[in-house]
Design a binder for this molecule. Structure first.
Ligand code: IMP
Ligand code: MG
Length: 424
């Protein structure tokens, strides 16, 4: 039962966050004592007790930092599989920077009273936010390229970037700190700049209102269809399509339409079967490099049904690619649950980030991707291998992490300019 449960739930969990949560359970269970019932001041918890629990949580997080550092040392030697962390969390991937978890915990604790809580242990979301803050602290001095997912990160699902979004000012600030800012979205409108301009209308208007010069707004890019259609912001605040030949590596330029269609045909067949079997009120949409199921207006499809579509389609495509007939069609693809739809795209965001890093000259440890889909059925998950990441759950949280980041960029401005100068 344990094995079956694990296999069926793995796509809903993040093993590293679960690991940290498990470690932090000990101080919570053993030391966060119930509130005293009596009014006797001698029995009331004193400040000393509170501090002791902060220290316990901090010690655990320092030990996890040490596990990460050892993993990085093994990575650098080319033997990451030999790290202790790899044995404890087998799915652990690459760390592109160290993570100051203890420092980040102290900041989170000041805001959310984690160590003072007696009934609610450190939660998945507490730990996700602690990891985010630690990542921001670690990368701020070296950051060169920041990429954002679109739907649910910069704007609501299927919505456009709002004119009054608090994110406009923050994204302008990032550009003014000489960062490259790119939206890396699954939304695929082949070569159609106006469609992306419409989705990003609030932001582009914000650039115009701020009268950003060419040298600043030209650092803003949009990469659509995961890794397939690149646009750059012009001085008239319109997006200009950049031909694939200018930035795509040869192996992507050589993807043939026969290969693409073979994968999309298999995907479409399985998606249609899912729609029929589960009687989903959805239509199937086929594009040149994608196929998806889209619900009828005002219909909400359950996560379980969406995940069923993703996992069965993923399985079907992998089986096909491993078969003698499918071997020749082997291309990277991405099947994901977009929150209220399911898509299979040719290419993925790992390639998307890689292409941008090459084009703009940024290393993995200088690149940060912000997104909402970091479960294994999500499309931001793939970026983890290629860059540092922040896992947010909605545009409000994107705003929170950008406030943290820009505060650090401001404080570290002199330090950054020296480091970036010596890099270039
Ligand atoms: P992201 O969150 O910015 O990566 O965008 C994902 C969302 O874009 C999906 O959930 C869809 O609603 C939408 N979308 C529109 N066109 C496409 C496509 O061609 N492939 C995948 N997603 C698409
Ligand atoms: Mg998203």
């Amino acid at each position: 039962m344990y094995a079956i449960n694990y296999a069926l739930r793995a796509h809903k969990r993040d093993p590293f966050i679960e690991f940290i949560k498990g470690m932090l359970m000990t101080p919570f269970v053993l030391h966060a004592k119930p509130l005293p019932q009596s009014d006797d001041p001698n029995e009331r918890d004193d400040e000393h007790h509170m501090d002791a629990n902060v220290v316990r949580y901090c010690n655990i997080l320092s030990s996890i930092e040490e596990l990460i550092n050892e993993h990085i040392r093994k990575q650098d030697k080319g033997v990451p599989d030999q790290s202790r962390l790899k044995r404890l969390v087998p799915s652990i991937s690459t760390f592109h920077t160290q993570l100051p978890l203890r420092e980040s915990f102290l900041l989170a604790n000041a805001k959310h009273s984690i160590a003072a809580r007696r009934f609610v242990p450190p939660s998945f979301n507490d730990i996700r936010r602690i990891l985010n803050t630690a990542q921001i602290i670690a990368i701020a001095p070296k950051l060169k390229l920041i990429t954002f997912d679109g739907d649910m990160t910069l704007y609501g699902d299927g919505k456009d970037f709002e004119h009054d979004s608090g994110l406009v000012k923050l994204l302008v600030e990032l550009l003014e700190y000489d960062l490259y800012v790119c939206v890396v979205t699954a939304a695929g409108y082949p070569g159609d700049a106006t469609r992306y301009e419409q989705r990003l209308s609030g932001l582009l208007k914000g650039f115009e209102n701020a009268r950003l010069p060419k040298s600043v707004c030209g650092r803003f890019f949009v990469l659509g269809g995961e890794c397939n259609y690149l646009f750059q912001c012009q001085e008239d605040y319109h997006l200009k399509y950049i031909p694939e030949s200018e930035y795509q590596p040869q192996e992507i330029l050589s993807w043939s339409s026969d290969q693409i269609n073979a994968i999309l045909d298999i995907a479409q067949g399985n998606l249609q079967r899912c729609v029929d079997d589960m009687k989903l009120p959805c239509t199937i949409l086929r594009k040149s490099k994608a196929v998806g199921i889209v619900p009828e207006p005002n219909v909400k499809i359950f996560r379980e049904e969406l995940d069923e579509c993703v996992l069965s389609t993923q399985h079907r495509i992998v089986n096909f690619l491993n078969s003698p007939r499918g071997k020749e069609s082997y291309l990277p693809f991405c099947a994901f649950n977009g929150g209220n739809d399911v898509w299979v795209d040719i290419g993925n965001k790992l390639i998307g980030v890689q292409v941008l890093q090459k084009f703009l000259g940024a290393k993995p440890k200088e690149t940060l991707h912000v997104g909402d889909q970091f479960l294994s059925t999500g499309n931001d998950f793939a970026t983890r291998h290629q860059c540092c990441t922040l896992w947010i759950v909605n545009p409000d949280e994107t705003q929170d992490v950008l406030v943290e980041l820009t505060t650090l960029l401001k404080a570290k401005k002199p330090e950054r300019s020296i480091e970036l100068k010596s890099l270039s």
